[in-house]
Design a protein around this ligand. Structure first.
Ligand SMILES: *Cc1c(COP(=O)(O)O)cnc(C)c1O
Length: 294
């Protein structure tokens, strides 16, 4: 049985600077699901794992960068649910805490050049073409299975929010949330915060995962220089938020999304007392690659 008995509460956050702006802030604590199969990465893997099991596949093969939360979650999920795991890692061989933990969970790592990394199907076929045991999972878990798993975030909610915010890399998590808001007929407005530069391409990227042409907001200006890039004002915000709430947020994803909420609130974008939910998608391990920034 592929399931985690997990706990992802919805909490109201009392962060002092919110009192300057009349909003109510809530977090959906997917970061508490599991220390390593954390946040949206569990949501995105769940239906892949179920499909792999149904098809008698015993070996998950996936792709990512050397600090990928998806790679780490896949390694831990493999250990938890008895799959062998292999990951193709982009770039020259390196060592870091994320990869060390991946190996500890039994994952095999294959480092490939940035050039070879571009075509994942070719890589997969070179190594596993005639292997009946292997199951392909795209980079970041992107795909319909991921979208389906992320719908459950909205299904679990105990109240209706005016706005839901989520950090976006591939956009699959956002797609699941957008679809489920629509399916449940909620009045909630969805806001996507791309963490990479020029993120408006995500609007097209996720069209194939959306069940209809549903409207949502995309805020392009909170990438802080690009993927895994930071600026002092982001780091200062993370320090302040963490020291006043005991909730860890990371500089790659959740810090940027929460910064966006506070910034938009300071510009009076929201109606008074608006109930705003941010999906805490996890990613705390990402901070380990950036401790020198703190
Ligand atoms: C991977 C990740 C995301 C992005 O999810 P997508 O479905 O790729 O948009 C957001 N937050 C955290 C913490 C992540 O690890």
């Amino acid at each position: 049985m592929i399931n985690l008995a997990f706990h992802s509460p919805e909490e109201e956050i009392y962060y002092p600077s919110i009192t300057d702006h009349p909003i109510r802030l809530f977090l959906k604590r997917d970061d508490l699901i599991h220390p390593f199969i954390s946040g949206n990465k569990w949501r995105k893997l769940k239906y892949h794992l179920i499909k792999a099991e149904e098809n008698n596949k015993k070996h998950m093969v996936t792709f990512g960068g050397a600090y990928s939360n998806h790679i780490l979650a896949s390694a831990a999920a493999g250990a938890r649910f008895n799959f062998k795991t292999t990951a193709f890692i982009r770039g020259e061989e390196v060592e870091n805490p994320t990869l060390k933990f991946c190996r500890l969970f039994g994952m095999e790592l294959i480092f490939v050049s940035r050039e070879d990394y571009k075509d994942k199907m070719i890589l997969y076929n070179q190594h596993f073409k005639n292997n009946l045991q292997t199951y392909f999972i795209d980079e970041g878990g992107f795909g319909l299975e991921a979208e389906l798993g992320c719908r459950e975030i909205v299904q679990e909610l105990n109240q209706e929010y005016d706005h839901i915010f989520c950090a976006a890399g591939t956009g699959a998590t956002s797609a699941g949330i957008i679809n489920q808001i629509h399916l449940q007929g909620l009045k909630t407005q969805f806001h996507m915060i791309p963490v990479l530069k020029g993120g408006s391409f995500l609007r097209e990227d996720i069209q194939k995962l959306l069940i209809e042409n549903i409207t949502f907001h995309l805020h392009e200006d909170y990438h802080f220089g690009g993927y895994a890039k930071t600026q002092p004002k982001l780091i200062d915000f993370i320090k302040d938020f963490t020291s006043k709430t005991a909730v860890l947020i990371d500089p790659v994803y959740t810090g940027k999304a929460l910064f966006a909420i506070m910034d938009l609130a300071s510009k009076n974008t929201f109606e008074k007392e608006a109930k705003i939910l941010m999906i805490h998608t996890g990613g705390i391990f990402g901070t380990l690659g950036m401790l020198d920034k703190f």
